[in-house]
Design a protein around this ligand. Sequence first.
Ligand code: UD1
Ligand code: UDP
Length: 382
Amino acid sequence: MKKIKVLSVFGTRPEAIKMCPLVRHLASLSEVDSLCCLTGQHREMLDSVMDIFKIKADYDLNIMQARQTLSSITSRTLLGMDAVIEQAKPDLILVHGDTSTTFAGALAAFYHKVPVGHVEAGLRTGDKYSPYPEEMNRSLVGRIAELHFCPTVNNLRNLEREAVPGDKFITGNTVIDAMKTTVRPDFVFSVPELNELDFANRRVIAVTCHRRENYGEPMREIMEALRELALTHPEVELVYPVHLSPVVRECVFGILKDLPRIHLIDPIDVENMHNLMARCSFVMTDSGGLQEEAPALGKPVLVLRRETERPEAVKAGTVKLAGVKKQDVLALAEELLTDKAAYEAMAHAVNPYGDGHACERIAQGILWHFGLASDKPADFHA
Ligand code: UD1
Ligand code: UDP
């Protein structure tokens, strides 16, 4: 029997965290020849994920440059993918989410007339500049892809509203699959500073912030809010693994460096991150992934953005949009610190994004598409 050759293409930390469980699952199937191509859009932050999931890439375009532009990521990926596709001759290329790697990977596949499967399809804000450039990336990949693996029914409806053609599936998000292996009550952090934190008696807040549309004034306002929070609340310990982007680091260290109770650390690997979230009091972030992970762990999330493409957990009551104004961010954080009822109302575990079986559904969807499974996978229901 000829195997289906599936080439998974990814390049940033969040794509790797969400694609590695799928790559591993596909590799276990007798019907699939699973290959993996990294663009290397991120370097250290990507390699750390590959190490945790013990996956070796078949190809690595190694495109990252310091302060890279969107055009350089896109053009270097496109050019690099030509040779990879010609050599690998895949039957299907899988891309994930909404990064520039995702868009350029899908476009390269299209130029070679290779069908595309889009994992984490159908997320939308409706504003092409927010998140930027992700909203446009994922919309364009939606037009290119033949298979759309939507985490939620809401994502599927977005594609239907846009009359996007192709096979559509509701699978849940693969990040919930990843969390089955990363979160452990007996986990010991590999970062000494995290092991020294008194999670039981202090209010530990896990923070991340990196988005391009927050560069400049919004990020400064967010950092000012964090600064005031730590200075005025002695019960707080702020733990912030700072993204390696120089633009982000200049802003964050410029405002928060050397302050009491603010722990600015380098990015931590995904096991340390998931277990930090599992033990913290609440999360403040502009990250997409954290908005999906923290609710599954029963942790309230304040989203440091003006909008979100993930309304499911907002509806479930565990996530609030804080915006990017200092006073708004501060007010919501103080409410969580001082109002027990408000905290309890947000601190319940919900799983609108998955049940840990997304990879199986995606794999079955691929087999079904190629005529190797008789049934379409059953939809994920929250
Ligand atoms: C990218 C994605 C964004 C995603 C984010 C996850 C695009 C346009 N943006 O944004 O959707 O949410 O990744 O983190 O695709 N750097 C390093 N080492 C690393 C990683 C980054 O030094 O391991 C530095 C480099 O100087 C690089 C800069 O960070 O130029 C920015 O990286 P880039 O991928 O362009 O943007 P992100 O903000 O990370
Ligand atoms: N993450 C991590 N280490 C960190 C910060 C985040 O492993 O220091 C994980 C986090 O748990 C989530 C993913 O990285 O799974 C989110 O990535 P990021 O915030 O960079 O991107 P986004 O989700 O916003 O696209």
